[in-house]
Design a protein around this ligand. Sequence first.
Ligand code: V47
Ligand code: SF4
Length: 368
Amino acid sequence: MKLEFADKRLDAIGAKIENNTRLSKEDGLVLFETLDLNGVGMLAGRVRQQRHGNVAFYVYNQHLNYTNVCKNRCRFCAYAVDREDQGAYTWSMDEIEQRINDRIAEPVNELHIVGGLNPALDFDYFINLLKTVKRLRPLAKIKAFTCVEIDYLSGLSGLSIDDTVGALKAAGLDMMPGGGAEVMSDRVRDELFPKKIDSKRWLEIMEAVHKNGLTSNATMLYGHIETMEERVDHLLALRALQDRTHGFSAYIPLAFHSKNTKLSHLPSTTAVDDLKSIAVARLLLDNFDHIKAYWVMIGEKLAQVALSYGADDLDGTIIEERITHTAGARSAKGLSREEMERMIRSAGFVPVERDSFYRPVNEGPTIP
Ligand code: V47
Ligand code: SF4
């Protein structure tokens, strides 16, 4: 069926998608700049339907943010503190064990583990962390550490990136989350996160990780000072790396939350921008299998709508998310499996609980 667009520039983009012609940077800019949100959504919804039919994925997961002490202190981050600040914490192995044991009766399939760059921790801490989690949850997958942490751990261990990843894998690492790239622009980095690794290093580490046989996700932090061109360049850089490695599993746009950050004067992202960020990604990232609507950041209600705008995954049930909630997110702290499935069903999709590799799981396989 031919789609009708309010913005006629979408006709040519629609024709390209129909003919499996890759979209260009100019197409990406049109998609971000057009006011025809529904037009972009129809295109993305159709691609999503072709790839995944009526299925919408979610994972039963638990977040562990092992420390909020971070030497980078990015200007957009409300979560990180200095060691001597009130509220600074670093979990010992006993505390990590306690947190996992608190939910041991629940069928957690994935542990999502990230934290700050805390100079008080040595490489053994990270190896023990993975081993402890694996011992308590042998059947769950561990998705841990962004490229920023991997770079830091390579410095701590004195090992190459390949050997660092090898040591973490041997201790239990199964895959990597997508954070840390923020927006791949030197201009934005200079202003917002000058101490963090640059985009060249992020891409280099991701490439090494993929070549070491681990899959990962990719993200983009949007809705602060970035331009539309910087957004498109970021997506195209991810697409180019994916052409080489095929190691990315999902892409997740992350809506900036400004509360308690050095950018607290900036307004929240709008629903239109949130939906467009999902839909444009679905169209530009033609070599990514999955696009996630991260309900923690855009709220449960908009995440439901996003399933019709290109997203096929709502991420997880998530227990105890800290990074976005410290920055003012008003979404729930976690959702039950029933709530997740109700959200998906009432949006017109069929829920499929998955593991970290998008394999469907049956009820409760991960309780040791
Ligand atoms: O890299 C930090 C972002 C990321 C703020 O791979 C903020 O499955 C919004 O990467 N407002 C960490 N965002 C989270 C992340 C993630 C989340 C869910 C799933 C996956 C996955 C990965 O959070 C950081 C940074 O980009 N962040 N501060 C803030 N104020
Ligand atoms: Fe540290 Fe990550 Fe926060 Fe930056 S975003 S200050 S690297 S915890």
